[in-house]
Design a binder for this molecule. Structure first.
Ligand code: PCA
Length: 214
């Protein structure tokens, strides 16, 4: 076994979603895909697609967490109607779907994880990331709601796994929503800016020792 195999570079897991709600693309996946295999502060970016499906999205994420044991996980989704890259602060324990998911399911007022806490905070340094994005001239904001559709579902599941599984005690994670691409509607952000924003956000998160709040 060579040195490279025994001491693989630590990993960053970046996920995006497939198209949903009648759309033919999802900027989250296009942007995440563009960063696959990149090196960021000594970490290798692993890029993966999650299905926009309650339950299945979480199962795919669980497999990725077990396989890669990433140092950092940033799940990314599309938020139509938003004009900024949104750094999500809090995941809530509610599934309440405004539209059916890609498997036709539409859970209403059900918990993501029965019996688990009402909410989990992101463990990403969201304020430092906000500053880094703004210094790059990119539109960015801290958001207080990731909604109650599949993005919040995945965000909550991720943060609950990090909070409860000993093997993930060194993993930090959170969620970022990105606007539509110009061809999808207004407001929008070009793909190149979304990709640059994610790279800046990752670089910042890896440079910061901890979360914004415990
Ligand atoms: N956005 C949706 C789910 C998939 C995605 O990209 C959401 O905000 O919940």
């Amino acid at each position: 076994m060579d040195t490279h195999t025994r001491f693989p570079r630590p990993r960053v897991l970046l996920t995006g979603f497939d198209a949903f709600g009648g759309a033919t693309l999802n900027p989250s996946w296009l942007a995440v895909q563009a960063l696959r295999g990149r090196q960021v502060r000594g970490h290798t970016v692993v890029a993966a697609q999650l299905p926009t499906v309650f339950g299945a999205s979480q199962q795919v994420l669980d497999v990725l967490l077990a396989k890669h044991r990433p140092a950092l996980v940033v799940c990314v989704g599309q938020a139509g109607g938003r004009s900024s890259i949104s750094l999500e602060r809090v995941a809530i324990n509610v599934d309440d779907a405004p539209i059916p998911d890609n498997a036709g399911a539409r859970p209403i007022d059900t918990p993501v994880v029965p019996g688990a806490p009402a909410a989990h905070f992101s463990t990403l340094p969201i304020k430092a990331m906000l500053g880094a994005l703004q210094r790059e001239g990119l539109p960015a904001e801290v958001s207080l709601s990731a909604g109650s559709f599949v993005c919040n579902h995945v965000f909550y599941g991720l943060m609950h796994a990090i909070a409860t599984r000993p093997e993930l005690r060194h993993t930090r994670g959170g969620f970022v929503h990105v606007p539509w691409l110009p061809e999808q509607g207004t407001p929008s952000l070009p793909l190149a800016d979304v990709v640059r924003g994610l790279r800046v956000a990752l670089r910042c998160a890896l440079a910061e020792p901890g979360p914004s709040q415990k």
